[in-house]
Design a protein. Structure first.
Ligand SMILES: NC(=O)c1ccc[n+]([C@@H]2O[C@H](COP(=O)([O-])OP(=O)(O)OC[C@H]3O[C@@H](n4cnc5c(N)ncnc54)[C@H](O)[C@@H]3O)[C@@H](O)[C@H]2O)c1
Length: 337
């Protein structure tokens, strides 16, 4: 049975943040000047669990920091320009990475690999040097490859702790709850959906059969809902018409996940949410990163939950997910090897 706090974590809340006893926690955002980075920095400034906010970008971070620093919450804010990465990382407990280029219409997340792989690798190398104990939350796409890149870079530096590297898949969870609420005429608070696998197209596997509202969705409506959860990002890319991909909903999702990590670090029990981590669940198939429900705690990953009972349709989705996910992970690893 799930504890009350676990249920609270799984439930899309009308409040973005919940907090327990505050302690000193410095959070760094790498890519803070971007479409995601700016609203994410603002939301983190509003999180009572963040006591110090360190904003870094190769462009524009000091300006974003000056702006955000006027918000009347307790945390101090500092901005760092391109040649001050090490200072930005000093003492950071949580490092969120939305640095890199976003998609344009017609692009897959994998099309971003060539640019973003080296950005993420170089940032991870700096984290390994300056803040080797930090928890790293990777937003930059393709997440299925960038998380293995971060892990392999830390491993090379001899500081990889699998409990502290997370791919942020929260936007898929947020979308699933919102889209299911829309067709169920319910509140998103009542329609949480566990989403497993990875973060792109067919690798995104929503477990609607485990949701009380979701299991009632069948036939064409089921197929349409699954498709929308898997390819919801394309709706935004298309609507923005060349101006980028999801930034505001992603900032919301990133801040929500960061808050979950911070609550876990603060000792709150029962904080459970899907995230893409080094995982034993499909390691026997050569897939050593996978998103499933993960309990967060004082050490980062506390417990990786099994996927539980799934329907025949979900078995098929998983079958389609695994080979693609494996390819994406191997591509990331090969980049650092
Ligand atoms: N995980 C998800 O669910 C999800 C959702 C949406 C977008 N994304 C990804 O997030 C990334 C950022 O998207 P965006 O819309 O904010 O893009 P953006 O272009 O608006 O912002 C990216 C920022 O990264 C900065 N940057 C580039 N190289 C850097 C470096 N070496 N160090 C520090 N900063 C650097 C840029 O200067 C820019 O300010 C993209 O890769 C996008 O695909 C992920």
């Amino acid at each position: 049975m799930l504890s009350r706090s676990a249920l609270r974590t799984l439930t899309p809340s009308s409040r973005l943040f919940s907090s327990s006893a505050p302690r000193q926690t410095k959070v760094a955002v790498l890519g803070a000047g971007g479409g995601i980075g700016q609203p994410l920095s603002l939301l983190l400034k509003s999180d009572p669990l963040v006591t110090s906010l360190s904003l870094y970008d190769i462009r524009g971070a000091p300006g974003v920091a000056a702006d955000v620093s006027h918000v009347d919450t307790g945390s101090e804010v500092n901005g760092y320009a391109a040649d001050h990465l090490d200072e930005a990382l000093q003492g950071a407990k949580v490092i969120v990475i939305p640095a890199g280029v976003p998609r344009k219409p017609g692009m897959t997340r994998d099309d971003l690999f060539n640019t973003n792989a080296s950005i993420v690798r170089d940032l991870a190398a700096a984290v390994a040097r300056v803040a080797p104990d930090a928890n790293i939350l990777v937003i930059s796409n393709p997440v299925n490859s960038t998380v293995p890149i971060v892990a392999a870079t830390l491993e090379k530096a001899g500081v990889f702790d699998p409990k502290r590297v997370f791919g942020v898949t929260t936007l898929d969870v947020v979308r699933a709850a919102r889209f299911l609420a829309g067709i169920s005429n319910a509140s998103p608070n009542d329609t949480p959906v566990t989403v497993i696998g990875g973060h792109s197209g067919a690798t995104i596997v929503p477990l609607l059969s485990q949701s009380s509202y979701g299991k009632g969705v069948t036939g064409d409506a089921y197929a349409a809902l699954v498709n929308r959860i898997q390819f919801g990002g394309d709706e935004v890319v298309k609507a923005k018409d060349g101006a980028g991909s999801a930034t505001l909903s992603m900032a919301y999702a990133g801040a929500k996940f960061a808050n979950a990590v911070l609550r876990g670090l603060n000792g709150e029990k029962g904080v459970v949410t899907p995230t893409f981590v080094k995982s034993p669940l499909f390691a026997d198939k050569g897939i050593d990163f996978f998103s499933s429900n993960v309990e967060l705690g004082v050490n980062g990953v506390e417990k990786i939950h099994p996927i539980g009972q799934i329907s025949a349709e979900e078995e098929k989705l998983l079958e389609a997910c695994l080979p693609e996910l494996k390819k994406n992970i191997e591509k990331g690893k090969a980049f650092v090897a």
